[in-house]
Design a protein around this ligand. Sequence first.
Ligand code: ADP
Ligand code: MG
Length: 238
Amino acid sequence: MATLTLEHVKKSFGETKVIHGVDIDVADGEFIVIVGPSGCGKSTLLRMVAGLEGVSEGEICIGGDRVNEKEPMARDIAMVFQNYALYPHMSVAENMGYGLKIAKTPKPEIATRVQEAAKLLQLEPYLKRRPRELSGGQRQRVAMGRAIVRRPAVFLFDEPLSNLDAKLRVQMRLEIKQLQRKLGVTALYVTHDQVEAMTLADRMIVMNAGVADQIGAPLDVYADPETAFVAGFIGSPP
Ligand code: ADP
Ligand code: MG
């Protein structure tokens, strides 16, 4: 059974149709990357899965349950944003544990999970610092730590590396790849960067103006693009 299913999902903002009927199945442990140019609807799709945006038509299921009407906190997901969205007045440890605190997880359990995630992400020396005292890469790790401690069925990533400089982006891409291997996470990961998509994806989805043009293993998409758009997008320099 798929961990996450989107069935003919559509989205309009007023009269403007933005997502035209997208079908996606994410299997347990599968890392799916949605790639496409700015404005094609990647964030909107992810925000619907997260419950931050309503669905106009279609169905979203997580772990077999329809979640269309569920609040974000009631969905078994955790989202990592492009701008990290860390709380400036909280320490690294408090930032990482905040979601668990809201969910009324017992304090010792929060401490254990934060410690584990900090170890995994090499953040142990920084747990008492504030976000402003961290580098960009460290902030990005805290944002990932905050998702990891929740142990969600599905991780959602919206361009998590796009605020980093090119060198750090390559390093963080490799770190995410390693984490993926260690934790076996199930994820829907959005990027406009085709290299990131090719590196991280078990399967990638090339999106074009609200339509999933092609879904497949990166090498298959690369070798055998099904539309002119996919050929142009995948073949173009990053
Ligand atoms: P991407 O993440 O691929 O860059 P988005 O999902 O952010 O694309 O946006 C897709 C389209 O939907 C864009 O044309 C954008 O202007 C439009 N859009 C996104 N959010 C809203 C909104 N809240 N109201 C109206 N239009 C929106
Ligand atoms: Mg976006």
